[in-house]
Write a protein that binds this ligand. Structure first.
Ligand code: F6R
Length: 243
């Protein structure tokens, strides 16, 4: 496990963007596993900047996103589809047909079919070359919430109150926050050739300490990253303060 300690969110974002751009330069056809939420916003902004300068080419890049809220359509401003278009896809020369986010709407009526299709998609695309992750306050990765066992493949999950509360900042009111989501499972994430976890802020310090040094347990899902052979943590001093 490789840990980069950065002074703040801006340098975390620059470092993470450096790692992703190196991946794209090394393999222009990379399959990137992408995340939403606050953590990667700065990283995407930096990637867009480098693309606009002419230093990055996304024309052959493919992507699969970790998760999506259940019941939200792709054009709902709170959906992760929408987030990805705003933050990255519409700002670079990626072919939108090569980008994939789980279908949160279809998954309401056909959960098994949609989840199986997403697992098959990742496999048929050759597996994830680099998976970008953020960290939940309760140690979730993707929307793999603390549980009795590690869920393997793409599945439907009931979000914990902790996650609903944390995500409510992006909604008009807490009642609008979906309570269920579709997410890649732990096996999908752990099968990525490389994992990049970005963490910022003292509010994540306890979760990061558990993830990196706590017992490996499904009650702290991110702790499984300790078993991955190529995981890179980019975190600021505040997030690493308990490590
Ligand atoms: C988002 C995702 C989540 C977030 C996590 C941290 O696609 O899968 O695991 O990475 O909830 O969220 P932020 O970055 O908003 O603190």
């Amino acid at each position: 496990m490789e840990i980069f300690e950065e002074k703040d969110y801006a340098s975390v974002s620059r470092k993470a963007a450096n790692i992703i751009s190196a991946q794209i330069i090394q393999n222009p056809k990379s399959l990137l596993g992408l995340a939403t939420g606050s953590s990667p916003i700065g990283t995407y902004k930096q990637l867009v900047e480098w693309y606009k300068k002419g230093d990055l080419d996304f024309s052959q890049v493919k992507s699969v996103n970790l998760d999506e809220y259940l019941g939200l359509s792709a054009d709902d401003p709170n959906s992760y589809h929408y987030f990805m278009r705003q933050q990255l896809f519409d700002c670079v020369n990626i072919d939108i047909n090569n980008t994939h986010v789980p279908d949160g709407l279809k998954a309401v009526s056909n959960p098994v079919e949609v989840c199986t299709a997403y697992d098959n998609l990742i496999q048929n695309l050759g597996g994830i070359d680099l998976q970008l992750l953020g960290l939940g306050h309760n140690c979730h990765i993707g929307f793999n919430e603390p549980a009795d066992s590690f869920p393997a493949g793409t599945h439907i999950v009931d979000l914990t109150q902790n996650t609903i509360d944390a995500n409510s900042r992006l909604f008009n009111c807490i009642e609008d926050v979906p309570t269920r989501a579709i997410t890649m499972g732990i096996k999908n994430i752990m099968s990525a050739k490389r994992i990049l976890l970005v963490v910022s802020g003292s509010d994540k310090a306890e979760a990061l300490q558990k993830a990196l040094y706590g017992p490996i347990t499904p009650t702290a899902p991110a702790s499984i990253l300790q078993l991955h052979e190529h995981v890179t943590i980019v975190a600021d001093t505040a997030a690493l303060s308990l490590c």
